[in-house]
Design a protein around this ligand. Sequence first.
Ligand code: FES
Length: 106
Amino acid sequence: MTEWRIRCPDLDAEWSAEDGESLLESAERAGIGLLSSCRNGTCRACMCRLIAGEVRYRIEWPGLSREEKAEGWVLPCVAEPISDGVVEPLTVVKLFQKTLFPQPSD
Ligand code: FES
């Protein structure tokens, strides 16, 4: 059975994903709680940036624009790794940006 190594430096986490397992499922199996809701590629709550690696999708049209895909955004609930990878959860990105670039409304 193929296993991929997935790292999330922002959470100081590393785990394995089995072939056919979504990024979200593998993270949860490892005890890492990524944000999620619908778990079917619709709501975008789980959105992460794939810094390195490749995924394939379980569904034909995951809820991402072509531009978002080109920028490396993925939906872990329906994205299955097909290589080792590095992910950055959107919530971490937002917190990082909010810390470095606070907006007047913050
Ligand atoms: S949990 Fe809704 S798109 Fe992933």
